[in-house]
Write a protein of this length. Structure first.
Length: 491
């Protein structure tokens, strides 16, 4: 007896792909593989345009092996799927009708229990109605937009602290000569985080749970680049050091065991809009891994930097940004430093420019207009990435602090980090970020914080140009909407 089952991909957070096939509780029979225990572990392989591969894996408790073949659907979607064709042992021949009926009964029981709980909550005396986020936030939305992947699936969260206190800026001004292209950020104490924006007119569908509780933080003063690092600046670094970015390196076989040699190619992730409307819960519809895409060729080998010297450098992984900063005598900002600088001394504002998305009917940042992800209407004058400093600076003199390209921060990303800081019940001084990473959607993927949103952010899908919101990215993954800026202390 043989069966074929679909196995879905989890993300395209970097050149490799991860398919999670377990683990299940010990001794639990697998609903997907009747008669066998749930397979454990994962398979990681390279995503390469138009190429197929196959491999074998053992199923715990089954005296057999499963052959798994991966293929890329053509021509537009770039959505990957896998079919697992498995020979079942004799003791695995259970009736498919029995399995279906069993699962239907379980679903009905869960629905009934949920209805009772909902009715009880709605009718609790003295309660004006629960402020539930479910249904508004599209939690578990997976995307590469800052890594793509979403930040909403964070598990249970404490009751939100919606209080923004005043920003108390330091008055110290350094005597040293201002570094070229940098602005002084005074530092001080402020409220860090983001209230649930889903009730705002342009608040979007995400509740931004990982940006709460709002908590008090203090940071020392520092210098910060007025703009994101540009192509011409990064080029000087490469010419001086011979540095090769992550996207320019050929993937190593030891990082992708079993992958065919022809799949081990240098490249990166590129926004590739579809030709017709697509569901917004499937980022594979508008992202593709493109051979030859890197900082010199942001959208693939046919692109270049001619006339783009003042554009933000993109297709940059965390290691690339860190290496540039060290060469320049600078470093990447912590997440707390970045948000203090981005707020510009304004407490609790929704955007870096205030509380309205379009003050006086004008677009104050390079973000996406039109039906996402089909076509950017360029109502802000730019369809896609823009040169730096094309919009007004914030009160501290920083440009493009919302939109244009995402910016790497030094911190590891943890979905529960703000809970940890808030639990201290005190002002946290110069928080360096958590000691480790944790994204519940992909707990084994090392991710750093992204901030600021990009030209692909929109109220339809990603509103992370909002000032207190958080992004995240797998550390080896660049894309054509991720860059960075640097900081340095006063001498």
């Amino acid at each position: 007896m043989r069966i074929a089952l679909a196995v879905s991909w989890l993300d395209v957070s970097r050149k490799g792909q991860r398919v999670e096939l377990g683990p299940a509780p010990k001794g639990r029979l697998s609903p997907r593989f009747p008669g066998c225990l749930e397979p454990r572990g994962n398979l990681t392989r390279l995503l390469a345009a138009g190429r197929d591969w196959h491999d074998e894996m053992s199923l715990v408790g089954c005296e057999t092996k499963a052959t798994i073949s991966m293929s890329k659907k053509k021509p537009v979607t770039n959505r990957l799927s896998a079919k697992l064709d498995m020979a079942l042992p004799a003791n695995a021949r259970r009736s498919s009708h029995t399995v279906v009926i069993t699962w239907l009964l379980r679903v009905l029981v869960v629905i009934g229990a949920a209805s009772v709980v909902w009715w009880a909550i709605r009718n609790t005396p003295g309660d004006s109605g629960p402020k539930l986020i479910t249904g508004k936030s599209n939690i578990a939305k997976s995307k590469i937009e800052s890594g793509v992947s979403a930040n909403e699936s964070n598990g249970k969260q404490p009751v939100d602290d919606l209080t923004f206190g005043p920003t108390i800026a330091n008055t110290f001004v350094p005597n040293d000569e201002p570094p070229e292209g940098m602005a002084w950020i005074p530092g001080g104490e402020y409220s860090m985080g983001c209230a649930d924006p889903t009730g705002l007119p342009d608040g979007g569908p995400d509740a931004m749970r990982d940006a709460r509780p709002i908590h008090r933080v203090y940071v020392d003063g520092f210098w910060m680049d007025k703009t994101e690092v540009t192509n011409e600046q990064f080029k000087k670094f490469v010419e001086a050091t011979g540095y090769v970015t992550v996207a320019e390196r050929v993937s190593r076989a030891e990082d992708f065991p079993g992958a065919p040699v022809e799949n081990l190619v240098a490249g990166s992730v590129v926004f590739t809009p579809p030709s017709s409307p697509v569901p917004l819960n499937d980022h594979f519809q508008w992202w593709a891994y493109v051979k030859g895409a890197n900082w010199r060729h942001p959208t693939g080998p046919d692109s270049n930097l001619d006339g783009r010297e003042k554009y933000p450098v993109v297709q940059i992984g965390y290691e690339d940004a860190h290496s540039y900063a060290r060469w320049a005598g600078k470093r990447l900002p912590t997440e707390a430093e970045w948000e203090f600088a981005a707020r510009g001394g304004l407490a609790g504002k929704v955007y870096a420019w205030g509380d309205e998305l379009r003050p006086d009917g004008k677009w104050p940042a390079n973000i996406f207009q039109g039906q996402f992800p089909l076509r950017d209407l360029a109502e802000d004058r730019f369809a896609g990435i823009a040169p730096t400093a094309q919009f007004p600076a914030n009160p501290y003199g920083l440009y493009d602090i919302g939109g244009n390209v995402w910016e790497w921060c030094a911190d590891w990303y943890r979905a529960d980090y703000y809970q940890q800081l808030s639990a201290r019940k005190a002002v946290v001084r110069n928080p360096p970020g958590p000691d480790d990473f944790w994204d519940p959607a992909e707990p084994t993927e090392p991710k750093r914080v992204h901030r600021g949103g990009s030209f692909l952010c929109t109220e339809q899908y990603c509103t992370r140009y909002m000032i207190g919101t958080r992004g995240k990215g797998e550390v080896t993954t660049g894309s054509n909407h991720v860059g960075f800026r640097c900081v340095r202390p006063s001498r």
